[in-house]
Ligand binder design. Structure first.
Ligand SMILES: [Zn+2]
Length: 84
């Protein structure tokens, strides 16, 4: 009997994969984990870029909103006879 490196359950020595958690066993385990880790690291870069783009849009929108509110206040003050 062998033990799964991921979930520590008992496995048959002839099995290549753990039937409990799907982990690859023996020498194939490390390269597959490294490959999966590399693949897992790559995708988050795209959502991060999307988040940064969204944040830029939100900041830009907030700045435009503040500018609009400021212009509105200035217009109202001027319509009521100016600052004096
Ligand atoms: Zn397992």
């Amino acid at each position: 009997m062998e033990t799964c490196p991921d979930c520590n359950r008992q496995l048959e020595a002839s099995w290549k994969f753990c039937i409990h958690c799907g982990a690859a066993l023996r020498s194939t385990h490390t390269p597959m984990s490294a490959a999966l880790a590399g693949q897992a690291d790559a995708p988050p870069m795209v959502p991060l870029g999307g988040n940064r783009y969204s944040q830029a849009l939100i900041v830009g929108g907030a700045a435009i909103l503040c500018l609009g509110v400021t212009l509105l206040i200035l217009t109202l003050v001027l319509l009521r006879g100016g600052f004096a």
